[in-house]
Design a protein around this ligand. Structure first.
Ligand SMILES: [Ca+2]
Ligand SMILES: [Ca+2]
Length: 330
């Protein structure tokens, strides 16, 4: 273990609780996988033993020898198998075997003298096919009857996938109704990424099983959201990105593409408090309206005298310019 750790550090691999742990996975890798049996009974076919449904079961033969094997669709290192028998249909003696081809089988567990209805077996074997090879009954008058088999694969040595959110950037703002594109980069050093799921808080908003891993979150309501992405690898190990925050603002505000339905009585561009208003282009201040005096400066924010209401710091070109000094009380 020390050696593995040292290599991991040299490679810059982040060691995490699942990364090199010796624990078993918690996902039943045999669930609903194809089943082959030596014999079966109508309504009690082999698949009833892998459906994780205690109301269904496989009925085998009265004969001593019988088998049931599960095709996991790919090779796994199996670390635990849980077999639930009916009380009548328990096997006393049986073996657990693995195979890569269904032709040659390797014993990984031998049970003798079983009487329990649930057998939780710690095993260690690798193969695509897992077979229960039964050789004697507890009750010789009953067929073999398996309610469910669960299989778990070892995560030992598995390195967690890496994932990062590439968009949106932290603290990006949107307007309500936006279609927000979430993108990630995800990879797995010693396997493949099976999916990337996307969450806002604890709520899943989508997933993608194909690279590049991303989704579009459509028509997002106003609010502040904490977004994460979780990648899962082919051994069911997962990693989650740090959370980023986005703000989706209400849309009842001036937009940069023009506005309609404005009420000039109540809608305006400006401030409600004692703050001046500034206009910029190219991030340079071009026009200024003073909050206290209402002074308007173009090219300046300083009034040339205390009575000035308008100052233009620069030439004014006009074909006609008329200044009238009557008509106002002041
Ligand atoms: Ca079942
Ligand atoms: Ca992995």
């Amino acid at each position: 273990m020390k050696k593995i750790t040292a290599i991991a550090i040299i490679l810059g691999i982040c060691i995490t609780s699942n990364g090199f742990s010796q624990t078993c996975g918690t996902t039943n890798i045999g669930l609903n996988k194809p089943v082959t049996v030596s014999s079966e009974t109508q309504y009690h076919e082999g698949y009833n033993a892998v459906d994780n449904n205690s109301a269904t079961s496989w009925y085998g033969p009265l004969a001593d020898s019988a088998y049931l094997y599960v095709d996991l669709q790919q090779a796994y290192t199996v670390c635990q198998i849980v077999i639930s028998w009916t009380s009548n249909g328990r096997a006393a003696n049986y073996k657990i075997q693995t195979s890569t081809n269904t032709t040659s089988w390797t014993d990984i567990y031998t049970m003798t003298g079983n009487t329990a209805t649930t057998n939780t077996l710690t095993v260690n074997g690798t193969g695509r096919y897992i077979r229960i090879w039964m050789t004697s009954h507890v009750n010789t008058w009953a067929s073999y009857e398996i309610v469910d088999i669960a299989m778990y694969n070892s995560l030992a040595g598995n390195i967690k996938p890496k994932v990062s959110l590439t968009a949106p950037a932290n603290n990006t703002t949107f307007y309500e109704g936006a279609n927000i594109t979430l993108t990630t980069t995800a990879s797995d050093t010693d396997g493949t990424v099976s999916k990337v799921e996307f969450f806002q808080g604890a709520t899943k908003i989508g997933e993608d099983a194909t690279s590049p891993y991303g989704i579009t979150w459509s028509n997002v309501p106003a609010g502040t959201y904490s977004l994460t992405a979780k990648a899962t690898d082919n051994n069911n190990a997962d990693s989650t990105t740090p959370a980023i925050t986005i703000v989706v603002n209400p849309s009842n505000r001036w937009t940069i593409t023009g506005n309609s339905g404005i009420n000039p009585v109540t809608n305006f561009l400006g401030t409600l408090d004692n703050k001046s208003l500034r206009f910029r282009t190219n991030n340079l201040q071009r026009m200024y309206i003073d909050s206290a005096t209402g002074f308007v400066g173009i090219g300046t924010s300083a009034a040339p005298n205390s009575e000035a209401k308008l100052a233009v710091n620069g030439p004014i070109y006009a074909t006609k310019l008329r200044v009238t000094q009557t008509g106002w009380s002041d």
